[in-house]
Design a protein around this ligand. Structure first.
Ligand code: PEP
Ligand code: MN
Length: 355
């Protein structure tokens, strides 16, 4: 339930609403807005009697949120949420984010080279898994903590913010120390203890859609994170399993306008896992931006043929550079922008010494 305060309601009136909600045994979340403040009521499972609150001074109206994913829903918040990942890099505003990098961090040379490729091409953040959820226990599982260290070095070298995956609640804190955005993979979308753990961490979270999850399931999983107090959630459409083996997954681009309608959270697309095939990545990335995605996450590798995971869907560096240019044009056609990469730390230092 959402208590919408009158325009110009006083701080005492807002406090009164908060304390009545608490007396009723629920949690109150005041949300100051550009026009007026709303106070969200959380903790109820089902419709509650609002008559006590309705009559309080300063209350304009009561909105009963009909969706079970309350705080994620558009009813709860009408404006788009913009998630700031790092200074100067946000997802959900007019900018279209381009997150690029290898599936896995493999070595210092590989990740730093890839980071430079991503930055030079105009990408806005670096992806790369240190902890890898692989379908087979015999496949490369990632470098773990060492991989995180290498990501930190790549960030230092290039200035690119880092998106990397956490696989379990115990490991989430370690990942959060390095990551600017913690990825929750498709296989973990319904790992509720992990969702709660990252919800307590306040770091932005990239929540990928499970391979057999409905959009409704995805939004409920996001609710788990927000319910713990972390509002910085970015959703990701990465394809669902289908009957057709022609592609690895079926990238459901309809999810983008559907999520934008149902939720205020940003949503990006992952055409790499969504198709599984290098030559399908570029067209589907263009289509995702045209469909209104707030960004894309793309696998790129300096030598895809030698990649330890997902080489077949990883772009060659020059393909990634071309794609960024094309996405800039697609974004411009729909009134959005692809921002430039942050300046490399070395460039920043020399600019400072010149100035
Ligand atoms: C990945 O991003 O490399 C990954 C494993 O993705 P997903 O969880 O979508 O399969
Ligand atoms: Mn991958």
């Amino acid at each position: 339930m959402l208590v919408v305060m009158q325009h110009g309601a006083s701080a005492q009136e807002i406090d009164r609403v908060v304390s009545v909600i608490k007396e009723m045994g629920y949690e109150a979340r005041p949300m100051p807005g550009a026009q007026r403040t709303a106070v969200g009521l959380v903790g109820n499972d089902g419709r509650i009697d609002a008559s006590r609150i309705e009559a309080l001074p300063g209350v304009a109206s009561i909105i009963h949120v009909t969706q079970p994913y309350k705080q994620v829903s558009r009813e709860w918040r009408t404006e788009n949420t913009i998630v700031e990942i790092a200074p100067g890099f946000a997802i959900g505003g007019p900018d279209v984010a381009i997150i690029g990098g290898p599936c896995s961090v493999e070595s210092e040379e590989q990740i730093i080279r890839t980071a430079q490729i991503v930055r030079d091409a105009g990408g806005t953040a670096l992806r790369g898994g240190a902890f890898k959820p692989r379908s087979s226990p015999y496949s490369f599982q990632g470098l773990g903590s060492k991989g995180l260290e290498l990501l930190a070095r790549a960030k230092k070298e290039t200035g690119l913010p880092i998106v990397t995956e956490a696989m379990d609640p115990d490991g989430a804190e370690e990942v959060a120390e390095i990551a600017d955005c913690i990825q929750i993979g498709a296989r973990n979308m319904q790992n509720y203890s992990l969702l709660k753990a990252v919800g307590r961490l306040r770091k932005p979270v990239l929540l990928k859609r499970g391979m057999a999850a409905t959009i409704h399931d995805l939004l409920l999983s996001a609710e788990y994170i927000i319910a713990e107090g972390n509002p910085n959630v970015v959703l990701c459409e990465r394809g669902v399993r289908s009957f057709d083996p022609a592609a690895r997954n079926m990238l459901d681009l309809t999810a983008i306008p559907i999520v934008h309608r149902l939720s205020h959270l940003p949503i990006i697309a992952d055409p790499s896992h969504g198709t599984g095939l290098r030559d399908k990545v570029t067209p589907m990335a263009r289509a995702a931006v045209a469909a209104g995605a707030d960004g894309v996450i793309i696998e790129v590798h300096p030598e895809p043929d030698r990649a330890l995971s997902d080489g077949a869907q990883s772009l060659y560096p020059e393909q990634f550079a071309t794609l960024v240019k094309e996405l800039r044009a697609v974004a411009a056609a729909i009134g959005r922008t692809v921002p430039s990469s942050p300046p490399a730390p070395s460039a920043r230092n020399s600019a400072r010494s010149v100035g």
